[in-house]
Design a protein around this ligand. Structure first.
Ligand SMILES: O=P(O)(O)O[C@@H]1[C@@H](OP(=O)(O)O)[C@H](OP(=O)(O)O)[C@H](O)[C@H](OP(=O)(O)O)[C@H]1OP(=O)(O)O
Ligand SMILES: Nc1ncnc2c1ncn2[C@@H]1O[C@H](COP(=O)(O)OP(=O)(O)OP(=O)(O)O)[C@@H](O)[C@H]1O
Length: 381
């Protein structure tokens, strides 16, 4: 399949211009380029067009931030429909629809909510505002449906090594990137917290250490760290702030999902299939490479229902087309920095603790090598 974007007919629009004007909003979350709000129809507007559109739909409103280099929502939607959607099963994607925001009044209200949230927002997001955009997206709400549902989100990031990483690397691209982040800003997180290596997702079925690492990270309050497992971190943005303590049945279902899901292997396969060269070798205008970068920066939402009869839901979101013209230089410079700074090989000074799967495997190989050497020495070989 070619990831070039063919012509797509104009998006199906939801709602007349005034649909959002009747609604109340509250802040749900944000990233570098977008903000997500809950939409509620006040009781006085029951029976209105808005209530027909939003009540009981389980949708949230996603809107673009001002001042970013991201593509417009029309472009993101066309890319998602034609390039991203065919790669995954529909039940593994957070579905969305474009909606007309309907003018400045709604955006001003969203911005006044953001302003009130400023004190508690991530420092580098504080002060950012919603763009005066034409469209928002109605997105499937992946939060709890029942107060006892277990929910969390994480960024799977680079599920395979970067093709332009050095062959001597003892860290994957994500762990190298995390080491650089901590090196640049050691106070960013408590020093003791380690990073979940994305390669651990791949080995959950075969390695109890990988499974424990992932569980500790995703549901930190339940799975006590074992000697070899690493404590939770926010490196993959995994968290379950509103979730209750999982029941034994939820823990068992989550374990089973981690060991058997086909979504993360499929995501990894698509990352690999679209980039065999890495940021240093890829042609900046290659749509496959651009797609690989989109697939390396998405979010996975997981909901483990309280009701054991209901299946686990796992869906990818934030599969936005990357503005390669604005980002290629950053991607190349980042790869160069990770290589030259020794971050792929754990040679930075002072050395940051990351707990990468590659490092663990090298450690075992070294250990086995030393045992073999000892046996050979004992035998006088
Ligand atoms: O460069 P990375 O790997 O740190 O990823 C960036 C993300 O940082 P992370 O490491 O996930 O905390 C970063 O996430 P945050 O803003 O740090 O939450 C963005 O997703 C960024 O993409 P864009 O500039 O918004 O298109 C991401 O940039 P790219 O995926 O385009 O590289
Ligand atoms: N479908 C959803 N259900 C529940 N919460 C969501 C959903 N989509 C987004 N959120 C919340 O909003 C936050 C920001 O959303 P989003 O990932 O769209 O922002 P972004 O700017 O694209 O992020 P990034 O900087 O990673 O590219 C998420 O981390 C999550 O907390």
């Amino acid at each position: 399949m070619s990831p070039t974007v063919p012509f797509v007919s104009p998006p199906k629009l939801l709602g007349p211009f005034s649909a959002l004007e009747d609604c109340d909003f509250s802040f749900v979350g944000e990233g570098a380029s977008n903000v997500v709000f809950e939409v509620r129809v006040p009781p006085s507007k029951r029976g209105s067009i808005s209530s027909k559109l939003f009540e009981g739909t389980g949708n949230l409103l996603r809107v673009p931030k001002a001042g970013t280099k991201a593509y417009s929502y029309e472009d993101l939607h066309a890319y998602w429909e034609t390039v991203v959607k065919p790669l995954f099963e529909p039940q593994n994607l957070v579905q969305h629809q474009l909606i007309l925001l309907g003018g400045e009044a709604v955006i001003r209200r969203l911005n006044s909510i953001l302003e009130k949230e400023d004190a508690t927002r991530r420092a580098d997001f504080r002060g950012s505002r919603v763009a005066m955009a034409k469209y928002g997206m109605l997105i499937e709400d992946m939060r709890q449906r029942h107060p006892d549902d277990l929910t969390f989100e994480f960024k799977p990031k680079w599920l395979a090594q970067s093709p332009s990483a050095p062959p001597t690397a003892t860290r994957c691209r994500n762990c190298a990137r995390e080491a650089l982040k901590r090196h640049a800003n050691p106070d960013r997180q408590p020093k003791s917290s380690a990073i979940l290596c994305p390669l651990d997702f791949r080995t959950c079925a075969t390695s109890p250490i990988s499974l424990a690492n992932v569980l500790n990270h995703l549901t930190p309050r339940v799975h006590k760290p074992t000697a070899n497992a690493h404590p939770p971190s926010v490196s993959l943005n995994g968290h379950s702030p509103a979730s209750p303590r999982p029941t034994p049945s939820q823990s068992a279902r989550l374990r089973h999902w981690l060991q058997t899901n086909t979504l993360l292997p499929r995501l990894r396969q698509a990352q690999l299939a679209n980039d065999g060269l890495g940021p240093l070798g890829a042609d900046a205008s290659d749509p496959h490479f651009q797609l690989a970068m989109t697939l390396r920066d998405c979010t996975c939402f997981v909901r483990v229902p309280a009701n054991p009869e209901l299946p686990i839901e796992a869906k990818l979101a934030d599969l936005d087309k990357k503005n390669w013209m604005a980002k290629m230089e950053y991607w190349r410079a980042m790869e160069q920095k990770l290589i030259e700074g020794g971050y792929y090989e754990g040679k930075e000074v002072p050395r940051m603790e990351t707990g990468c799967v590659l490092e663990r495997e090298r450690g075992w190989m070294k250990g086995i090598g030393e045992q073999v050497k000892e046996v050979k020495d004992d035998d006088g070989v």
